[in-house]
Design a protein around this ligand. Sequence first.
Ligand code: E4P
Length: 217
Amino acid sequence: MKLFIDSGNLKDIETLVPLGIIDGITTNPSLLAKEGGDYKAILKKICQIVQGPTSAEVVATDAEGMIREGRDLAAIDEHIVVKVPFTKDGVKACKALTQEGKRVNVTLIFSATQAWLAAKAGAAYVSPFVGRLDDIANSGMTVVREIVDIFDNSEYATEVLVASVRHPIHIIEAGRMGADVVTCPAAVIEQAFKHPLTDIGLERFIKDWEKAQAARV
Ligand code: E4P
């Protein structure tokens, strides 16, 4: 399973990419709105750092506008994946952009039928939002399982990109279900690294070693 960072923050990206575990980035208008400066310059910089798929979302709501913005975003860098919302216009724009050879991530997916329709329109990725489904007492991961099952039974090249991840359990479940990608905020990646027994164990190894070295003198 690939790991993307769900962030438009250059500091987060510059900190995590050198670890060698990051395959791509997802941004959205809310994330980029938090960053100062020119969003196109930020997206370019992100692409240069990660050298992998970087989702950049359109803000138009009509198909023509989405296609126009999608072309504009795709021109920023070869790594840009155009992100469109799952609406009828979004599906139409996905089909048109895909036919031009652009990769499209269809976002705001909350059901398996939406994911299937986006796949039929040629989406490179579908992004089910698991955290936002959990927030309204629906199981986000159940929707992911349904999507993975449907895609396993068909010929679509579409990748399942689990989004709106809130904690490491979402990562574990996504991996066990066979999702292709999980996109996580930097804080969740941080949590995935952490285990108190690792810290305690390391401290003990070092202390024991130092004690033995001191006894030899
Ligand atoms: C994914 O591409 C979205 O940017 C993101 O995961 C949304 O997450 P949120 O529900 O935490 O805003």
